[in-house]
Structure formats: C-alpha cells, structure tokens
Write a protein that binds this ligand. Structure first.
Ligand SMILES: [Zn+2]
Ligand SMILES: [Zn+2]
Length: 109
C-alpha cells in the first residue's frame, strides 16, 4: 500500500487545483481554483485498520487539502494510492484507520 499526500478533485469540475481556505480548528472548507466552487472535506470510517505501512515524512503544506480522521480527529491523513478510482481512501497515521473521503456542503458557483 502506497501513501501519498491528499490530492482531491473538485466535485463540480474535476480540477485538482484545490486550496484549503480555513483552519482545522474552524472547518475544512476548500476552494476550487478553476470553477470557484467551495466544499468541505470529511471522512467516514471504513471499519478497517492497516498497520504494515511506511508513513511518508515531510512537512504539511497549510494550503494543501486537509481533513480530520473521523475516528481520532488527527490531521495526519494520507491518501492510499490505488490508481484512479471513484472513491478516495484515506489512511490515518495516528490511529491507523482507513477512511473514505466525503465531500460536504458543496457550493457550485
Ligand atoms: Zn471546480
Ligand atoms: Zn485516526
């Protein structure tokens, strides 16, 4: 299983030019740089855990897509690189839960 930084596609236009516009202590509102739609990212526990995985090192980019683990509320989430699929699976490096990425409060402009 390969872990990569979160890379989300706009639910309106599919662009990956997504900027995180708020702070984790407030909300997970994101802005699409192509169509200016906004949306919030959330996670749903898949009820599975994964342990034998190497956690990538590196600094978090404050403008990169961000959301919190639905199990432990950690922000240390990575995307599971499974190729191009309709669903995005996330991995929490704090509690090792596997999560499904959800879009909420989508405002198409
Ligand atoms: Zn868009
Ligand atoms: Zn967690």
């Amino acid at each position: 299983m390969l872990l990569v930084p979160l890379s989300v596609a706009c639910p309106n236009c599919g662009s990956k030019d997504i900027t995180y516009t708020c702070e984790p202590k407030c909300c997970f509102n994101h802005l699409c740089g192509s169509c200016y739609s906004t949306f919030e990212l959330a996670t749903i526990p898949l009820g599975k855990q994964f342990h034998e995985v190497a956690i990538p090192a590196g600094e978090r980019d404050s403008l990169a897509p961000t959301t919190a683990c639905a199990v432990c509320e950690s922000l240390d989430l990575f995307q599971v690189d499974e190729g191009e699929g309709p669903d995005v699976t996330l991995f929490c490096s704090a509690c090792h839960a596997l999560l499904k990425l959800e879009f909420e409060a989508v405002q198409r402009s």
